[in-house]
Design a protein around this ligand. Structure first.
Ligand SMILES: Cc1cc2nc3c(=O)[nH]c(=O)nc-3n(C[C@H](O)[C@H](O)[C@H](O)COP(=O)(O)OP(=O)(O)OC[C@H]3O[C@@H](n4cnc5c(N)ncnc54)[C@H](O)[C@@H]3O)c2cc1C
Length: 434
C-alpha cells in the first residue's frame, strides 16, 4: 500500500492538468439554469424535525474532485454514493439545501414505472423494456439497503403497492401486464374484483400488487443522506449559483454568480426541474401536479396501508404516513405555467378530497395540507442519466416521472460507475439520446 488515501492519486494528476487549464479559463458555456417557482402551498414534511447540516458560504476559489450542483434528493444520493467511494465531493445550491422540488414530493418510492411494461416493450423493444424495469427494481432495493446501512431516520416504510384498473389498463390489460412482468422475472399478483374487495376493501375490477415498495419522509431522507456525505468530508455551500462553466481536458471550471470559481474533475447537474442550458431534454417536459394530506385519521386506514395508484390518465395515487394521515395526489395537467398552477390549488384540493372519499369512503378526506408543484415527465416514463453530450466531464440527472426518487438512486449508481471509470452495464439504456 502506498499510504495514499483513496482518490488521492487521481486527484494529484487532475491537479497538474487543471493548473494548465486554470491559467486561461474560457467560460464558453453559460449555465443559465431555468428559474422556476417549483412549488406552492404547504406539504406536511417541512414542519417536521430535520437532521443537522453544516452549510458554508462560498468565499473563495475551491477545488474538488466532484462538484454536485443541487442539494435535493438527486444531489444527496449522488453525493452519498460518491463520498462512499472515497471521492472528494462539494455540493452547491442556489437555495438552502432541500428547498427545491424535493420537499413537495409525496415520496412513494416504487419500482413500477409510470409506463406499463407492456407499453414500454411495444415502444422500445421487449428485452430493453424488461431490463429498464429490472434495473429500476434493483435501484429501489439499493435505496432501501443504503437507508438501512446508514441508519437513516426518514420514516422509511416497506409497503405493497396496488395498481388499480383504470382507463389506461383495464382488467384484461392488467392481466397482460402481469404476464409480461413475470416473463421479465418481476413478481406481481393479479387480484380480481372479489379478492380486491376482500383483501383491501377497495372496489375496482382488478389490481396488480407489487411487493416491497417504499415510502418515506423526503425531507428527512435527503437531510440524512447529505449528513452522511458530510460525515465523510463532503462540503455543502449555499446559496451558490453557477453562472457558467468551462469544461476542459482535465475537468471543469465553474464560475459562480458571486464570483468565486470551483474547479472539479467532474461536474454533476442534479438541478431537478430547472435544467441547465446544454443538457438535452427533448423527451422531457414540465407539467403541474397537486397533492393533499389529511389530518391523522380517526378510523382505521386500509389494510396493510399499501401504496395505491391508478392505471389511469389523469391518475390518482395515495399513501399513508406513520401518524395516520392519508396523502393523496395526482390530477396532473400538462401545462407548466406556475401562476395558472397555483391558481388551481383550491379547486384541485376539492377534487382530490372528493376522489379520496370515493376511493376510501371510511376516511375523513378533508385536507390539512394542500400543495402543488412543477413535475417533470418523459415521453417513455424513463429517465435520462449520464454524460452530457458535448460537455466533457459533465453529467446530468433527469429523473423525470413518478419514479423520480427511485431514478435518483439509479443515477447515483450509474454515475458512481461512470465517474470511477468502472462503467455500468446498463448505462446505454438511460444515456442522453437513448
Ligand atoms: C407534488 C409532487 C409529488 C411527487 N411525488 C413523488 C413520489 O411520490 N415519488 C417520487 O419518486 N417522486 C415524486 N415526485 C418527484 C420528485 O419529488 C422529484 O423527482 C425529486 O424531488 C427531484 O429532486 P432533485 O434533487 O432532482 O430536484 P430538487 O429537489 O428541485 O433539487 C435541485 C436543486 O438544484 C438547485 N439548482 C438549480 N439550478 C442551480 C444552479 N444554477 N446553481 C445552483 N443550484 C441550482 C435548485 O435550487 C434545487 O434546490 C413528486 C414531485 C412533486 C412536485
Amino acid at each position: 500500500m502506498s499510504g495514499q488515501t483513496p482518490g488521492e492519486g487521481r486527484y494529484r494528476s487532475f491537479t497538474a492538468d487543471w493548473r494548465a487549464a486554470e491559467a486561461k479559463p474560457r467560460y464558453l458555456h453559460a449555465v443559465h439554469t431555468q428559474q422556476r417557482r417549483l412549488k406552492a402551498g404547504q406539504a406536511p414534511w417541512s414542519v417536521r424535525r430535520r437532521g443537522p447540516l453544516e452549510v458554508e458560504p462560498l468565499k473563495r476559489n475551491l477545488r474538488t474532485e466532484v462538484l454536485v450542483v443541487g442539494a435535493g434528493i438527486s444531489g444527496a444520493l449522488v453525493a452519498e454514493a460518491l463520498s462512499d467511494a472515497a471521492l472528494e465531493v462539494v455540493v452547491v445550491d442556489r437555495r438552502a439545501p432541500v428547498h427545491g422540488s424535493t420537499p413537495a414530493s409525496t415520496c412513494l418510492m416504487q419500482s413500477d414505472l409510470d409506463t406499463p411494461l407492456t407499453e414500454l416493450g411495444a415502444r422500445v423493444g421487449v428485452a430493453r423494456a424488461a431490463r429498464i424495469w429490472s434495473r429500476t427494481r434493483l435501484a429501489l432495493d439499493a435505496l432501501e439497503q443504503r437507508c438501512e446501512a446508514l441508519g437513516l431516520d426518514a420514516e422509511l416504510a416497506v409497503r405493497d403497492s396496488l395498481y388499480l384498473a383504470g382507463n389506461v389498463l383495464d382488467a384484461d390489460g392488467l392481466e397482460r401486464e402481469a404476464k409480461a412482468r413475470r416473463r421479465a422475472g418481476i413478481e406481481v399478483d393479479l387480484l380480481g374484483r372479489a379478492e380486491l374487495k376482500h383483501r383491501y376493501r377497495l372496489h375496482r375490477s382488478a389490481a396488480l400488487v407489487s411487493h416491497h415498495q417504499l415510502s418515506a419522509d423526503p425531507v428527512r431522507l435527503t437531510h440524512g443522506l447529505l449528513a452522511a456525505a458530510q460525515a465523510r468530508g463532503a462540503r455543502i455551500f449555499s446559496p451558490v449559483e453557477l453562472s457558467s462553466i468551462a469544461p476542459h481536458r482535465a475537468g471543469v471550471t465553474a464560475l459562480t454568480r458571486a464570483g468565486p470559481r470551483i474547479s472539479a474533475r467532474h461536474l454533476v447537474y442534479a438541478t431537478g426541474y430547472e435544467l441547465p442550458r446544454g443538457v438535452p431534454a427533448a423527451k422531457h417536459s414540465i407539467a403541474s401536479t397537486w397533492a393533499v394530506a389529511t389530518r391523522p385519521q380517526p378510523r382505521a386506514l386500509w389494510p396493510t396501508q399499501a401504496l395505491i395508484w391508478e392505471a389511469a390518465d389523469p391518475y390518482l395515487y395515495c399513501r399513508t404516513t406513520p401518524d395516520g394521515r392519508i396523502i393523496c395526489g395526482g390530477l396532473d395537467e400538462a401545462f407548466s405555467d406556475e401562476a395558472a398552477r397555483d391558481a388551481l390549488l383550491e379547486k384541485k384540493t376539492a377534487q382530490l378530497e372528493r376522489a379520496l372519499a370515493r376511493l376510501w369512503p371510511e376516511c375523513d378526506p378533508r385536507a390539512a395540507f394542500a400543495w402543488t408543484g412543477s413535475f417533470g415527465t418523459s415521453t417513455t416514463g424513463t429517465p435520462s442519466i449520464g454524460r452530457v453530450p458535448r460537455l466533457p466531464n459533465c453529467y446530468a440527472v433527469l429523473g423525470y416521472g413518478g419514479n423520480g426518487i427511485t431514478f435518483s438512486m439509479l443515477a447515483a449508481q450509474l454515475l458512481r460507475g461512470l465517474i470511477l471509470g468502472d462503467g455500468d452495464a446498463d448505462a446505454a439504456l438511460f444515456a442522453f439520446g437513448a
